[in-house]
Design a protein around this ligand. Structure first.
Ligand code: SF4
Ligand code: SF4
Length: 482
């Protein structure tokens, strides 16, 4: 038998058997992402919001098609017959579903089982984060290797060796996702109030936009908010999770371990606020705090953390202070801090899918517009506020598959919108969206970078505009910032 290839039909039978085994295993073990798929009644609310158009409404006019295709297959114990890699993991479907069914979560669970990305997992085990070289293909694909080298020298991986060792010991003894259950009625979230101090997260994607991170620190200091960071903090698992390199349980364990680090870094307090420049991190912490509110979940997590001498306590101690919730509490102060009004700059705003997933609403929150308006820039409303940028997963998939030329459908839509509205710059809340825009040739600033420019920060020293792939010089030069 050795060396003789199986005929095509037999390969297909074996492939189907393996895949159906995967689905059965996910169902039998009770993976939390699949737990409530039976609640789907095919109402179709989710379908029009899927930016990947996994269902082409115009082709069959069936609003419930996307969900039925996925959930009906699960009912029958079969793999959904869609190209899982089309899904950009935006979770708009989950956000909009009146029954909290997560089509994106189901796709993520199946994708994770079929396409483990050893390369991202290896990076987590070796470095405790997505290190600079994780992003190298995105720079070589655009012929920007010098920008990559300059950043890699100046902003190396921020994680301490002791933390990497703990991550390795944690992830090398995997916990099944089925060990966790979702809370039936999540505790109501405490409204965010002005914190005295915050823990500022190092985000993996900050490598691409060190200016967003430096700007955030300057703004926190200018607002009189004390902040702590720690080199013992690692990746929350969010970005690798959506790209198939960290499972559901891995992400929870990584975030829970970080909660223990954060607790150690700050004085014991009743309201530890966690901030950072990345909504995927915010979403990881929000999801973890919700899961940890169930005592049985906490027990499983603490058993795993116990192996590395850590423990996570009362999740009610922490509050997630995403910048779109935190900074709007200080609009008057920010207005007073503005030294250079960015009048004449036409900006569009784009709110990340993962911020909306975290907040559970697809409505465009006012925070980003209000913050952009504080700088004096002219905020131009456009359909792009509602669009998915195209997703970091899609960007990495294309580069891994060697499709570096041309823009995919979603990117083309966004690019067209930018040109039609004659915008100078897009303003985003997410370093992942920033990477996608920057990569498709759209000048883009993280909201922290825009605020820092208006409050007098040096465009090169602090905002690091020279590290962007798409030049900001024409837009900023025209308004006299450069
Ligand atoms: S997943 Fe939710 S929104 Fe989509 S069809 Fe089912 S019930 Fe409706
Ligand atoms: S996660 Fe986003 S891309 Fe994936 S199925 Fe849901 S809406 Fe579509």
């Amino acid at each position: 038998m050795l060396g003789r290839a199986l005929p095509g039909p037999e390969q297909g039978v074996i492939r189907d058997a393996i895949t159906e085994g995967v689905i059965r295993r996910l169902l039998d073990k009770g993976d939390p992402r699949l737990q409530n798929f039976q609640l789907c009644n095919g109402c179709g609310s989710c379908t029009p919001y899927c930016p990947a158009q996994i269902n082409d409404l115009e082709a069959n006019g069936d609003r419930g098609y996307l969900a039925r295709k996925v959930t009906a297959a699960l009912q029958a114990g079969r793999r959904p017959e869609i190209d899982l890699s089309d899904c950009v993991q935006c979770y708009s479907c989950e956000t909009v579903c009146p029954r909290s069914v997560s089509i994106g979560g189901i796709i993520n669970a199946v994708y994770e089982t079929e396409h483990v990305q050893p390369v991202f997992r290896r990076m987590l085990l070796d470095r405790g984060c997505l290190p600079p070289h994780a992003f190298l293909p995105l720079y070589t694909g655009r012929g920007r290797i010098r920008k990559f080298v300059a950043k890699a020298i100046q902003y190396p991986c921020p994680v301490d060796d002791r933390a990497v060792d703990e991550v390795r010991r944690l992830l090398l003894h995997p916990v099944e996702a089925s060990a966790f259950s979702r809370p039936g009625h999540p505790a109501p979230k405490r409204p965010l109030t002005r914190p005295d101090q915050v823990f500022h997260l190092n985000s993996c994607c900050a490598f691409n936009y060190p200016g967003a991170d430096l700007s955030q620190r300057e703004i926190l200091a200018a607002l009189g908010i004390r902040y702590e960071t720690s080199r013992l903090q690692t990746c929350c698992g969010g970005a690798p999770h959506y790209m198939g390199g960290a499972g559901f349980a891995d992400r929870l364990l990584l975030t829970a371990r970080n909660l223990s680090v954060i607790r150690d870094a700050l004085e014991p307090d009743d309201g530890i606020a966690i901030t950072g420049i990345c909504p995927t991190c915010s979403d990881s912490y929000t999801a973890a705090l919700e899961l940890l509110s169930v005592s049985t979940n906490r027990a499983v997590v603490n058993e795993a953390l116990g192996r590395i001498g850590r423990e996570v306590g009362n999740p009610g101690t922490f509050v997630v202070a995403n910048i779109l919730d935190l900074y709007p509490l200080y609009l008057d102060e920010l207005r007073r801090l503005v030294e250079t009004r960015l009048s004449g700059l036409r900006v569009g705003v784009h709110v990340s899918c993962h911020y909306r997933k975290m907040t559970g609403t697809l409505a465009v929150p006012p925070g980003l517009q209000d913050l952009a308006a504080v700088t004096g820039a002219r905020v131009v409303r456009s359909g792009m506020e509602h669009h998915c940028c195209g997703g970091v997963k899609n960007l990495f998939d294309r580069h891994q598959n060697g499709h570096t030329k041309g823009l995919p459908r979603l990117n083309r839509l966004v690019h067209k919108g930018f040109m039609q509205h004659r915008l100078d710059v897009m303003v985003v809340d997410c370093p992942g969206c920033e990477l996608v825009y920057d990569h498709m040739g759209v000048p883009v600033l993280h909201i922290t970078e825009l605020l820092a420019l208006a409050t007098g920060a040096d465009p090169r020293e602090t905002v690091c505009i020279q590290g962007h792939l798409t030049s900001l010089s024409p837009a900023l030069g025209r308004i006299g910032i450069l």
